[in-house]
Design a protein around this ligand. Sequence first.
Ligand code: ADP
Ligand code: MG
Length: 462
Amino acid sequence: MEKKNIKHSAYISEEENTLNWQEIQNAFKKSFGSEVYNSWLEKISLVKEYNDYLILGVPTRFFRDWIVSRYLDKILEQVKSFKLSLSRIEFKIIEENKQNQEFIKIDELNKVTEIKDSILNYNRLNPNLNFNNFIQGKSNDIALSYSKRVCEHISRYNPLYVCGGVGLGKTHLLNAIGLELQNDNNVMFISAERFMYHFIKSIKKNDMVNFKDFFRKSAVFIIDDIQFISGKESLQEEFFHTFNSLMDKGSQIIISSDRPPMKLDRVQDRIKSRLAGGLVVDIDIPDIELKEKIIRKKIEEIQNQFKENINLNNEVINFIASESKTNIRELIGVLNRVIAFSRVHNKILNIGDCKNILKDVFNQIRVITVDKIQNVVSNFYNISLSEMLSQRRSRPLARPRQIAMYLAKKMTTRSLPEIGRRFANRDHTTVIHAVKTITRLSEQDDEMKKNISQIKSLLLEQ
Ligand code: ADP
Ligand code: MG
């Protein structure tokens, strides 16, 4: 106990340098593997160290976006093992030009031709997402019929832009088009995120010529989740040129997005108008009829695949379809749960069983809000809501605050930044830290485990 206190007091001062960056870099290399390390982490430098946060230097904005979206969690975890008091990381873009030149110099030595192979590895179409198992309904029939027409008449509807919320079948549809066309055409199917990955990699390797050639020679260019280019200026620039050059030579372009072209956020106007210049079709939320059809089709697939009999009566199918409100991905998830349960218990399920199985799924998705979690947790610990949201760090306030953040992450669909904002505008890294801390404590500490499960049932009861 005594020792712990002493160790702690070493971290009290506001600003104190204790980190050996080289040592941390070595740890990165070990835990991320040398490929990720050499491409990304090695280039991160330590700019400034504070008691509870670090400023790290990165060469470009792309670089930062990439690191944040992929590795931030793990980086924070790693550096925390060197300095416990750290709770967040900020990035600073430094010496963009100078660093880029350095990359180029190094990479000229081992000039790259592997772009083709590495892209091909990610250009695989999924044979299970085809037109045969895409079920038609009111919410998707226009999108479906134009997707099929595109396959019959390349470049008549150009670009074809499919938009709709998450889990409604966009990727499935794009993939189906790719499968249909790939026998006779050079088809490129890539998500906007992967496109960016190859773009950055090519810049770093001074291999843009290859990159441009590769993408611009496809006869059918399918790009998924274009909303990802939001705010990424040079990526947009590159995309714009790729787009134009493909259109010029009459290639078919198919794009998906979570929103219509003109509603894309922080995307250049000229791109938006190009995207809107062909045919825009949208996929809506499925009605109950379509959901039931999809359930029946899935059951049929599973029966054929596993040669087993799955017994769900109409009433149960109707129940699942009407309870699952948000999207098709969720619907399939729920169905799988029900099927798994009936397998384990080897029984024909009735609605009561289903209600029980699905109780927490539906509750989590629909009823639990961040506000509610904050209220229940602050009541539970007998603190006021304003204390919970305050900046005070004493443990009797900080723990419940962390628990509330943890539950917000686990029980709602809110993203880390959104949760942070609802806790008096805290940074998302604070939320990550809270989730980690409470996850660990609830594994180690029985009291914590019990409290969390009580709070959860309070939340689910209401
Ligand atoms: P999105 O890309 O719009 O987020 P996905 O294409 O990944 O959605 O679809 C989510 C899941 O729902 C996938 O498993 C997909 O096969 C399935 N799905 C979506 N729409 C249909 C449909 N009309 N018929 C059959 N399965 C569908
Ligand atoms: Mg998708």
